[in-house]
Design a protein around this ligand. Structure first.
Ligand SMILES: Cc1cc2nc3c(=O)[nH]c(=O)nc-3n(C[C@H](O)[C@H](O)[C@H](O)COP(=O)(O)OP(=O)(O)OC[C@H]3O[C@@H](n4cnc5c(N)ncnc54)[C@H](O)[C@@H]3O)c2cc1C
Length: 417
């Protein structure tokens, strides 16, 4: 029998969950506090469906580099702003623990398992349901390294799922727009089956199809908490409205998940990691890379998304607000000009900032909770678009009473498995 599921949060994670649920025969009410969907972190992200390159940020060497970056100028890939905030210190401590090589490797494996499944599910949605119209391309992803030691270390971590190691000249042969930086490259790693797409358009298309299904409605409400009894959620309490009842409830509110889960005594180890993006018109410009490119050492990703060229970058830990920092943006424009000087006028770009809802390990938190009908789908950090399809499908399977389609080790609420 079909269930009525309330999905809380209308970003890419909530929408992919709603879609997977409707495809498996359930009825969905999506509840978001904003009048329009996907205008928070899912709005103008890097657009990379980075299935084969999912190495967590927490890695050996990162803490030392982060210390150095604190004293670097505004171009530093990562900036740590220490705060009198116990949540920040707890998160940073767990992040430090996750930087051990063995832990990084293990978390990388969990992420790879999930990301490869995500590619499978998105393929299925595109083939079986003819989901399109979101600037999707299988254009491959080239990660370039400027530092020889970093490149050598990355080569040792290449998984058996196919990325190729390239010399600087092979990188340029593959992506001629890199010609101006060839002399600064140590090498590259290319995954030819990785993809890129526009995350915001993906969300809009999903909702268009959800509405057409007749099994979906969206309500604009701020969820404030939960009415629970004996390990079961009876209803959501809403700001300015009566409680909302459903059979099952999925929490997919990105950065807001921590506060909501806390109402049920569930502690989620999430922290917002602020980043920026620039969007330029593409105009058929040959200076724009055709392949998605990641500049590993500067932590900048470049992708052509339909008629747009998107650059996304930087991690600010403990940034005090969601404002755009003009010094960070000027530094990012400088970096882009030095890397792809003929791609357009970066100073005319649309600038955006968003905060990645991040766990210390980089792995999201999916699935069951101590409440029988309350499910988590949150904490996707810098890979939310990549992992959305798999994460949605997993939740739909679990709510439908099926076993998880992949092993969920390392991907659930800590101490739940
Ligand atoms: C600079 C940058 C670049 C990135 N690049 C990439 C990339 O290239 N590839 C990739 O895979 N990922 C990338 N990401 C990560 C990705 O964007 C995120 O992981 C993803 O968008 C998170 O989606 P979400 O649905 O969890 O959260 P969100 O998109 O933030 O959605 C949460 C929703 O919950 C709603 N909400 C919040 N509180 C409540 C409440 N109390 N009641 C009701 N509704 C509520 C909000 O209104 C919002 O709509 C990037 C992120 C950033 C910041």
């Amino acid at each position: 029998m079909s269930k009525h599921v309330a999905v809380i949060g209308g970003g890419v994670i909530g929408l992919a969950t709603a879609w997977a649920l409707v495809c498996s025969g359930q009825r969905v009410t999506l509840i978001d506090s904003a009048p329009r969907i996907a205008e928070e972190t899912s709005y103008a992200n890097g657009g990379q469906l980075s299935y084969r390159y999912v190495s967590p940020l927490a890695d050996a060497g990162v803490p030392l580099k982060a210390l150095g970056w604190m004293f670097d100028g505004p171009a530093a890939p990562l900036k740590f702003h220490p705060r009198m905030d116990p949540a920040q210190w707890r998160w940073c401590l767990s992040f430090l623990m996750a930087c051990r090589t063995s832990v990084n490797r293990r978390n990388g494996e969990h992420l790879l398992r999930l990301s490869l499944f995500s590619q499978q599910i998105l393929d299925m949605w595109r083939d079986e349901y003819l989901l399109d119209g979101f600037a999707w391309r299988r254009n491959g992803k080239l990660v370039v390294y400027r530092n020889q030691k970093g490149f050598a270390s990355a080569c040792t971590k290449i998984s058996e799922v196919g990325p190729q190691m390239l010399t600087p000249s092979q990188c340029v042969a593959l992506e001629p727009a890199l010609a101006d930086v060839e002399a600064h490259l140590a090498g590259g790693i290319f995954s030819d089956t990785d993809e890129a797409a526009d995350c915001y358009l993906f969300c809009l298309k999903l909702e268009e199809r959800l509405i057409a299904s007749g099994s979906y409605e969206r309500l604009q409400h701020r969820v404030q908490g939960f009415i629970e009894h004996n390990g079961h959620i009876d209803a959501l309490s809403l700001e300015h409205d009566a409680p909302f009842e459903a059979d099952d409830y999925v929490l997919a509110t990105g950065n807001a998940s921590t506060g909501l889960a806390q109402r049920l005594g569930i502690r989620l180890p999430l922290y917002p990691l602020k980043g920026y993006s620039l969007t330029l018109p593409f105009n058929g410009n040959s200076g724009v890379p055709d392949i998605s490119v990641t500049d590993f050492d500067n932590k900048v990703v470049y992708a052509r998304l339909g008629e747009q060229f998107r650059v996304a970058a930087m991690v600010d830990i403990g940034a005090s607000d969601a404002a755009i920092n003009p010094k960070r943006i000027a530094a990012l424009c400088g970096l882009c000009e030095a890397t792809f000087p003929h791609a357009g006028d970066y100073h005319q770009a649309q600038v955006w900032t968003g905060s990645r809802p991040s766990t210390p390990t980089g792995a999201p938190i999916l699935g069951a909770t101590p409440f029988s009908n309350f499910w988590l789908n949150t904490g996707h950090g810098s890979l939310g678009f990549t992992l959305a399809s798999a994460s949605g499908q997993i939740i739909a399977d679990l709510i439908g009473g099926k076993p998880a389609p992949i092993c969920l080790d390392g991907l659930t609420l800590p101490r739940m498995h």
